[in-house]
Design a binder for this molecule. Structure first.
Ligand code: BEZ
Length: 210
């Protein structure tokens, strides 16, 4: 069965561009983003990996480690990094897994045979410091992902882990948030003495907690 939210992210050891890693050990207490791309030396993947590297300070600010994967070998990843740097202005410093035996792809369900029998689709897994899967995304090979959206979801997850709130459609850091439905009005009065904007009893907006 496909990995589901709340499942423990399977551990593995793998060859990467920074050497062999034990995934859980490498993650340590950090959040993680594990993402696959179909093939090295392909156009969409080249843009995705370059853009992800430009976001390195944003991932670091949120305590997130990023690791990419394809079924190509680490030697190919290294050679391809030259092209990514030359064309995208950023050379991936985050590790890239060389999953030539498809062990990681299989454990994470990254190969969708009806889309492609050999290569991974564009999967994303956000993993929290308890090693639980908190977000899964699957994109087709022909569509590059929106990595800003992955940061946005991490912002929401980290906020909603700390406070009893949820984030509305298209929420961005600083926008008002929703008081979680599990919070009674009595509890909400204690938590938000300044009050809230109530559109419906179940739809209560407050300023984003600090
Ligand atoms: C790409 O990265 O451009 C790509 C990879 C596999 C299939 C289609 C596009």
């Amino acid at each position: 069965m496909a990995l589901q939210l709340g499942d423990t992210a399977p551990n593995f050891t793998a060859e990467t561009t920074i050497g062999k890693i034990d995934f859980h050990e490498w993650l340590g207490d950090s959040w993680g983003v594990l993402f696959s791309h179909p093939r090295d030396f392909t156009p969409v993947c080249t843009t995705e990996l370059g853009y992800t590297e430009t976001l390195a300070p944003e991932f670091a600010k949120r305590g997130v480690k990023v690791v990419g994967l394809s079924v190509d070998g680490v030697d190919d990843h290294e050679r391809w990094a030259d092209d990514i740097e030359a064309t995208q202005g950023a050379r991936p410093k985050f590790p890239l897994i060389g999953d030539h035996d498809r062990a990681v792809s299989t454990a994470y369900g990254m190969i969708h045979p009806k889309a492609d029998n050999t290569f991974t689709v564009r999967s994303v897994f956000v993993i929290d410091p308890n090693k639980k899967v908190r977000l899964t995304l699957t994109y087709p090979a022909s569509t590059g992902r929106n990595f800003d959206e992955i940061l946005r979801v991490i912002d929401s997850l980290q906020l909603t882990d700390r406070h009893k709130v949820a984030t509305p459609a298209n929420w961005r850091v600083g926008d008002d948030v929703i008081i979680a439905p599990s919070v009674s009005h009595d509890d909400a009065r204690r938590l938000y003495p300044g009050g809230w904007k109530e559109k419906r009893p179940y739809l209560r907006f407050v300023k984003q907690p600090a």
